[in-house]
Design a protein around this ligand. Structure first.
Ligand SMILES: Nc1ncnc2c1ncn2[C@@H]1O[C@H](COP(=O)(O)OP(=O)(O)OP(=O)(O)O)[C@@H](O)[C@H]1O
Ligand SMILES: Cc1cn([C@H]2C[C@H](O)[C@@H](COP(=O)(O)O)O2)c(=O)[nH]c1=O
Length: 211
């Protein structure tokens, strides 16, 4: 049975880049590694609908914090069996975003404080309770602050016409609130142990778990 590690962080923080590094370095050490990226765009209609909402479609869907969280949760729930099978067949299963994304973004959107947040409890009940998603063995918060992550998102949008900034990515106050929420989730050890690190330290924090 392998370990499930979730990589979390702001839009544009560099999650995909660090997941790629961890995947390659763990594979080079002989580990059997696989990666899931949430939302599963192109594979899941609920993921695509959520993205379309973040880019201005589907009326007032994006205004609903709980509505958006349900869309992301349904996408993950549909991947539950594949996640469990992957954990049985691999040494390391990496998730580029997982349940904590909904906890952090929803708490920040509602201005709730981690530790006394109804929406964070609701996300945990829905996804780990009702949908029975596997809990991560470890979560990594990529320690890239909002101003750096937003500069990377806007740089990417300027050079890649397929990656325009969405409603959340353009919102400076939201990004700052999400980073605070993530930092508090990590500090409180929400649902697993956490590392809060960047660059080589972030890669090492995950590889160390492989033993
Ligand atoms: N350590 C780094 N230093 C400088 N630029 C970086 C670094 N890591 C990633 N980038 C660049 O920042 C941009 C965002 O990186 P990436 O796609 O990995 O982020 P992400 O967190 O997965 O983004 P999103 O959640 O929005 O999909 C890319 O253009 C990438 O090349
Ligand atoms: C998986 C997931 C995502 N979100 C938020 C985070 C981002 O701002 C957007 C889209 O995700 P992407 O990684 O930029 O493609 O949605 C969320 O609130 N809850 C989630 O579970």
């Amino acid at each position: 049975m392998g370990i499930l590690v979730a990589i979390e962080g702001l839009d544009g923080a560099g999650k995909r880049t660090i997941v790629g590094r961890i995947h390659n370095e763990a594979t080079a050490r002989g580990a059997r590694v696989t990666t899931f990226t949430f939302p599963r765009y192109g594979e899941s209609i609920t993921a695509d609908l959520a993205s379309e909402a973040l880019h201005g479609e589907h009326g007032d869907l994006r205004d609903s914090v709980y509505g958006m969280a349900i869309m992301f949760a349904l996408d993950r729930a549909a991947a539950g069996t594949a996640l469990r099978t992957a954990c049985a067949d691999h040494d390391l299963v990496l998730c580029d975003r997982y349940v904590a994304s909904s906890a952090a973004y929803s708490a920040a959107r509602l201005g709730e404080t981690i530790g006394s947040s109804p929406v964070v409890d609701w996300v945990a009940d829905l996804e780990y309770g009702r949908f029975r998603l596997p809990t991560p063995d470890h979560q990594l918060l990529l320690g890239v602050p909002p101003e750096v992550a937003m500069a990377r998102s806007s740089g990417r949008a300027a050079t890649d016409a397929d990656r325009p900034m969405d409603h959340y990515e353009r919102d400076r106050d939201l990004q700052a609130g999400v980073y605070r929420a993530y930092s508090d989730l990590a500090a409180s050890g929400w649902m697993s142990t956490w590392s809060h690190a960047a660059d080589d330290e972030a890669v090492a924090a995950v590889l160390d778990r492989l033993g």
